[in-house]
Write a protein that binds this ligand. Structure first.
Ligand code: ATP
Ligand code: MG
Length: 214
């Protein structure tokens, strides 16, 4: 038998995957830069962006863009932002689950579906400050590892009791709220969102209405 036919029993290295959840309505360059910076600083093999199906902490406050369209914007943002050194993917695990999106369920589903990978959650300081308000916060405090970075204009400490590691990310003081406001006001969002996202915002006439749900 030729040597090349021998089966290798070398163990496959586990991948370290950063899970970057959010509403992404729309995704912007702050999300991309944070993903890339955290991946480099924490030696991640990949970053998986996870759009929330129903961001239950927000959906009472404003009309959220349908999940499939936020996911498509994110997919195109990841495609144009990938590089030789970092792999960005979009996971639709929360769309597949349906209903309100809970990170504890998402992490459990990812671990069950990808037993060969290690998952760590990526959160900005604003999100980290509210970890205790998340669904199944007690479970998360014992079972999840968080990489936390300070977000531009929103300095805050992570909620106590969680396993958090600080990571440096260049500060970029932009938000999806600001982008929605700019579109509503007829101002440009060029350079604030990846080019295909700008195209989808125009094609689907997003954010023409003010945020507030009447
Ligand atoms: P919104 O204004 O609608 O709340 P957002 O810009 O805060 O949108 P989210 O989808 O709420 O975006 O946030 C998802 C994740 O991205 C959170 O962990 C948040 O801290 C992080 N994030 C948001 N904006 C930035 C930014 N400019 N730089 C780095 N991280 C960011
Ligand atoms: Mg936010």
């Amino acid at each position: 038998m030729p040597v090349s036919d021998a089966i290798s029993h070398q163990p496959v290295a586990r991948r370290r995957v950063g899970v970057f959840g959010g509403t992404f309505d729309p995704p912007h360059v702050g999300h991309v830069l944070a993903g890339q910076s955290v991946a480099e600083a924490a030696n991640l093999d990949e970053v998986w962006y996870v759009p929330a199906n129903d961001p239950w902490q927000k959906s009472d406050e404003r009309a959220v863009t349908p999940a499939w369209l936020r996911s498509e914007m994110l997919r195109q943002a990841c495609q144009v932002s990938r590089s030789e050194t970092i792999t960005f993917r979009v996971s639709e695990v929360e769309l597949a689950t349906g209903g309100p999106s809970y990170t504890a369920d998402t992490l459990s589903a990812l671990r069950a579906d990808h037993p060969g990978d290690d998952f760590v959650l990526i959160v900005g300081s604003d999100a980290a400050a509210g970890l205790h308000t998340w669904h199944a916060a007690d479970w998360l405090s014992g079972h999840a590892e968080f990489l936390v970075y300070q977000r531009g204009g929103q300095p805050a400490e992570p909620a106590a009791g969680f396993s958090t590691t600080p990571v440096n990310v260049p500060l970029m003081e932009i938000s999806s709220t600001e982008i929605r406001r700019r579109v509503h006001d007829g101002r440009s969002v060029r350079h604030l969102v990846p080019a295909p996202v700008e195209g989808l915002i125009a094609a689907y006439a997003l954010y023409r209405e003010p945020d507030a749900v009447s």
